[in-house]
Design a protein around this ligand. Sequence first.
Ligand code: NDP
Length: 443
Amino acid sequence: MSRDALLKTYMDMVEDRTEGQSEFHQAVRHVAGDVITIEKAHKEYAAAKVLERLAEPDRVIGFRVVWQDDAGEVQVNRGWRVQYSNAIGPYKGGLRFHPTVSPSVLKFLGFEQVFKNALTGLPLGGGKGGSDFDPRGRSDREIMRFCQAFMRQLAPYIGPDRDVPAGDINVGSREIGWLFGAYKAHALEFTGALTGKGPSFGGSEIRTEATGYGLIYFLEAMLAEHGDDLEGKRIAISGKGNVATHAAEKAVAKGAKVITLSDTSGTLTAEDGLTQDTIDWVRARKAAGEDIAGAPHAEFAESASPWDQEVDIALPCATQNEMDASMARRLVDNGARIVAEGANMPLTSDAQQIIADAGLLHAPGKAANAGGVAVSGLEMSQNSHRRFASRQEVDDALKDIMRHIHAQVAEEGRQGNRVDYGRGANIAAFRKVADAITAMGAI
Ligand code: NDP
């Protein structure tokens, strides 16, 4: 059978079983498209039905989260934990609190996480969780009560050797503190069952910065692979959160010009590059739950998009499917040559095709944004050893891991003097996960 026929048969099966889960189908299709012929050509992988197994998470735990708002009114939210695969280590992946959270979104994120975690070289399985809770407009005490109520439901299913959640959208170090406090009260023991903790109670140095910094280390490796560097490069970044602001900060420190940051209210632009002061201001506004209009030394426009600027490099760092086909076309017309994903699956399938047809280098999130989970993996080791590494040690380890990820991906994806990063990442990660699954038998 041809690759297209194999892929169609496989995706028909996946879509029949999981009707309406469009984000999940999108993520599975991208990986399967690159690896389905490898699976069929490899006797053990084919016999073990690795791809068919990977179309189904180990389990999806769903629960009701009941909490009281400041007025004393009872609020009811939905929560989930997708324990996708623990073939190469305990389930590991973030928690997201956002009204768009659904089983489809968490399954796509959990599926991607399995492959991302395999690329880090650390013993980490994949998972993801969260709730449709919207923290916008909620008081700090309401968010704390929500975190405690959420953890009351989740705690029985996690643990340092079972499943180790971390943060994601709207779950930062403050929320991890509240979640960890509730976990500890439930478990009656102090173990590293969450990562992203504060440094005074078991957290690792650099965890907060790791995804954004790691993205820039990966980007440097991409540029070096193609005989170039960051100095003077013009970069458009979307988002204003953890990943976006730390990527911006590291890029500026490395001599690049960051032209944009953005949120759902609009885009900030500075033709000569945003300064560290402006990035700090944006971070403070995000922490206060406010939008970014009125930033110092930058223009704000509701209707502008980061992809309308003339730049060399685009770093989408906001959310899934944030860049559609028309935005991708504008990005290409504006001369961009590289897209590296800080967010998970930020391009629609059509946008991906346009970027590929135009010959841009395109690094997928599972490789380029793996720095966060990598430092989470280091936090788990530090918790087990009860010995903590210095900021410099963790930063050096992060750089090594990102270079190692780049090397594996480039080796699988090299085509002449260019690298197909999407294909390289999918194949390198798949081999690792498939080897583990086949070694453990039909279980
Ligand atoms: P944050 O909650 O810190 O920030 C996300 C920001 O993105 C929000 O401020 C939101 O703006 C903005 N945003 C959402 N949609 C859009 C859009 N369409 N255009 C512009 N801005 C938008 O999240 P993180 O930085 O932690 O996560 C961002 C992405 O990175 C996600 O895809 C996440 O899964 C991924 N990621 C995060 C990791 C981590 O360590 N935190 C690790 C690996 C991946 P507003 O405030 O207006 O809603």
